[in-house]
Design a protein around this ligand. Sequence first.
Ligand SMILES: Nc1ncnc2c1ncn2[C@@H]1O[C@H](COP(=O)(O)OP(=O)(O)OP(=O)(O)O)[C@@H](O)[C@H]1O
Ligand SMILES: [Mg+2]
Length: 112
Amino acid sequence: MKLIIATIKPFKLEEVREALTDAGVRGMMVTEIKGFGSQSGHTEIYRGAEYAVNFVPKIKLEIVVPATMADQIVETITTTAKTGKIGDGKIFVLDVEQALRVRTGETNEDAL
Ligand SMILES: Nc1ncnc2c1ncn2[C@@H]1O[C@H](COP(=O)(O)OP(=O)(O)OP(=O)(O)O)[C@@H](O)[C@H]1O
Ligand SMILES: [Mg+2]
C-alpha cells in the first residue's frame, strides 16, 4: 500500500474528490492547512532582507491505496488540481506498512 499526501488549492477540493471517487478511491483524510513552497508565501523586503509574511491556505489530502493504484491516483490528482499557475501544490508518495479496520479487524488492502 502507498500513502499519497497531496496539497491542493482549496477551491479544487470538490473536483479532486469527485475525480478520486470516480477513480476508485474509497476513503481519504482532508485537512485545512497553511504552508509555503518555493514562493515562501507572500514575501516582502525589509531592510534589504526578504521575509515570509504569511502562509498560504491549502487543503491536504491523505489517501492510502493499494500500491498498484498509486500511479493512477497521482495522475488523477495532478490533472484535476492543475491550473498551471503558481501554488498548484505538491504530491508525496510513501510506503505504508499496515492498515486495520477497527470495526471488523480486517487488515491491509481489505481495510481500505
Ligand atoms: N518541501 C516541502 N515539504 C512539505 N510540504 C511542502 C513542501 N513544499 C511545498 N509544500 C506544501 O505545498 C504547499 C505549497 O505548494 P506550492 O504549489 O506553492 O509549492 P511550490 O513548490 O511553491 O510550487 P509552485 O511553484 O507551483 O508554487 C505548501 O503549502 C505545503 O503544504
Ligand atoms: Mg508556491
